[in-house]
Design a protein around this ligand. Structure first.
Ligand code: NAP
Length: 562
């Protein structure tokens, strides 16, 4: 009874190090890890101990006897990573020990390492986790929203609750006695980089890629156009997007680009509202989806099926959950590419696409159509979008699709951080293994580091940030030990006072726990994991209910600097 890794694999590789027989690959030190769409358990070498199940932060691993019908394809996908061989021939186990960063040295005449982390999404929390493994290190996490965890809260689709389980790991990190939250505090506005360096040895920016890549074609910007990432934020109740004007009173939505974000949005727009009502979807989105007139979402890619940007696990999930179809031309394209494709991943995707239904049948529920070879030319419509004109890629042919809503889903984009250099072309902060590099001097800027999407660009999965943040923390601790990071000039207790002066409504861990508890309580009567606040004022009101003892303890810890 081997174990099987399923759709919500986050690639953080905790399972790799928990496995006593080294049967999970690729490992972070193997080629292919950076581009792997998921990890795989070798069914012959697996000893069925369940250690990986306990290590996985997103509940992606199950014994093969406990898979539901939609998860069954993952048995073959796990096995296909390994060479064909007799069932009694095990691959030699080699031990995989999690890499360990040499300890930050405690100097008699120096202050213990103190680090500010800006942002509170996966890269930030994995960096904090790694730092807190070090003796005596203090971590302060600054987040501009009153709620933490970045894209896990506001980007992961609400029907992917397993993926959101990684917040349990982040909650554990945040409960460490040497960890402090400064939520509702905007670095770059209420605090500068210099302010942070005055109170810390180093600052790790893990702020993600908050903008969208924009498609510069005529008509983008008309009412009825937008981006899929804005839509995801709206669905997830991000307070900055709660008032997004979303009109679902039309039969068709077109999404341009076919990455996993496009799949998320298409799935949510066609899902049964009754199913979404059991998730943490924002109330306003649920209300709009209940009244939606959308019957079809077309996901339009400019290249052919073998180049689909979505991952295999997400395609399998979508094919199992939604009415997913192709038209006759695209069916022919899939079969043509299947005959010539090289590369097992592309072949596996094509095989699933080849088995999809066609769009000539009358749908009984809203459906999703994957469309290929469509390069967007312009948005149609005068006062608002009425459709999209495409050219058929590589030909002079044009094709028009009527639509009342056109969303681009062509990737996230990093944003300039005040006081740091920025590489406009790549939309990342120039860095060397996480050390921010001054592009003029070609040297590291002392005390400035990056992790996550602002370091490497918007690719990978939640768990990809674990090894990314590990690399950054390794560089940071090495710099501290080498004496390259100056002790902060301010006294340890001064930070809490400075934050209170600049942002009287800053929220600490106790405040977040109060918001969290209130949201869970609001959802529990409705059979939902939580009912989110989408208004900052409501979040602040809930935080104000935090038991005084917690706040007082937090304040005291701030004054004492620990
Ligand atoms: P993405 O995977 O980079 O996909 C971008 C899509 O936009 C591609 O289809 C690309 O086509 C297309 N595109 C780019 N420029 C275009 C243009 N000018 N005209 C037309 N199409 C264009 O981006 P994403 O979907 O935003 O995902 C970002 C990252 O988050 C990915 O690593 C993704 O896997 C991850 N993510 C994961 C999950 C999950 O695991 N459930 C969910 C959401 C996001 P070409 O390939 O032709 O360039």
């Amino acid at each position: 009874m081997p174990h099987v890794i399923t759709q919500s694999c986050c690639n953080d590789a905790s399972c790799v190090y928990a496995c006593p027989v080294n049967c999970i690959h690729p490992t972070p030190d193997e080629p292919g890890f950076a581009t792997a769409e998921m990890l795989h358990i070798d069914p012959i070498a697996c000893v069925d101990c369940g250690a990986c199940v306990r290590a996985c932060p997103v509940g992606a691993i199950l014994p093969d006897t406990r898979l539901d019908s939609q998860q069954l394809p993952f048995v073959e996908i796990n096995a296909s990573h390994y060479p064909d061989r007799p069932a009694d021939e095990k691959l030699p186990p080699t031990s995989k020990l999690a890499p360990v960063i040499p300890a930050a040295q405690v100097h008699v005449r120096r202050q213990p390492l103190t680090v500010a982390v800006v942002g509170s999404g996966p890269a930030a929390m994995y960096a904090a986790d790694e730092l807190l493994l070090q003796p005596g290190v203090q971590v302060n996490v600054f987040e501009k929203l009153p709620t933490p965890y970045g894209l896990v809260r506001a980007g992961v689709a609400p029907d992917h609750q397993n993926t959101k389980r990684v917040t349990q790991l982040f909650d554990r990190v945040a409960s460490h006695r040497r960890f402090r939250f400064y939520l509702n505090v905007e670095v770059g506005k209420q605090l500068s980089h210099a302010d942070l360096l005055g109170h810390h040895h180093a600052v790790v920016y893990a702020v993600g890629a908050p903008d969208d890549r924009r498609l510069n074609i005529e008509g983008m910007g008309l009412p009825g156009t937008g981006t899929a990432t804005q839509m995801v934020a709206w669905i997830n109740g991000h307070p900055d997007f709660a008032d997004l004007p979303v009109d679902l009173g039309h039969e068709r939505v077109v999404i341009i680009g076919n990455g996993n974000v496009a799949l998320d949005v298409a799935r949510l727009l066609t899902a049964a509202p009754g199913d979404l009502a059991r998730t943490d979807i924002a109330d306003h989105a649920l209300h709009a989806l209940r009244a939606s007139g959308v019957r079809e979402v077309v996901i339009a890619a400019r290249r052919g099926p073998a180049h689909s940007a979505f991952t295999l696990p997400e395609l399998i999930g979508l094919a199992g959950a939604s009415d997913l179809v192709l038209d006759a031309d695209d069916h022919r394209r899939v079969l043509g590419e299947l005959a010539t494709v090289s590369g097992s991943l592309a072949k596996q995707k094509l095989e699933i696409l080849a088995g999809l239904g066609d769009d000539s049948t009358t749908p009984s529920r809203p459906r999703i159509r994957l469309a290929y070879q469509l390069t967007p030319k312009r948005i149609l419509g005068q006062q608002r979008a009425t459709g999209v004109e495409f050219s058929v890629t590589g030909t002079d042919e044009t094709l028009r699709l009527d639509a009342g809503l056109v969303l681009t889903s062509i990737g996230y984009r990093g944003k300039l951080i005040r006081d740091l250099p920025f590489d406009e072309a790549r939309a990342v902060v120039p860095n060397d293994e996480g050390r921010v590099i001054d592009p003029v001097a070609g040297q590291p800027i002392p005390g400035a580091y990056v992790a996550g999407w602002i370091k490497r660009g918007p690719t990978g999965f939640i768990g990809t940030n674990k090894s990314c943040s590990f690399q950054t923390v390794q560089a940071l601790v090495a710099d501290f030990n080498a004496g390259r990071l100056a002790d902060p000039l301010a006294k340890p207790g001064a930070l809490a006072k400075l934050v209170r002066e600049r942002q009287p409504h800053a929220i600490d861990s106790a405040g977040w726990r109060a918001i969290d508890a209130a949201e869970i309580a609001r959802g529990s009567g409705q059979g939902r994991p939580r009912n989110k606040f989408t208004d900052v004022a409501d979040m602040l009101a809930a935080a104000a209910e935090a038991p005084q003892a917690w706040s007082a303890r937090g304040l005291l810890a701030g004054i004492l600097g620990r």
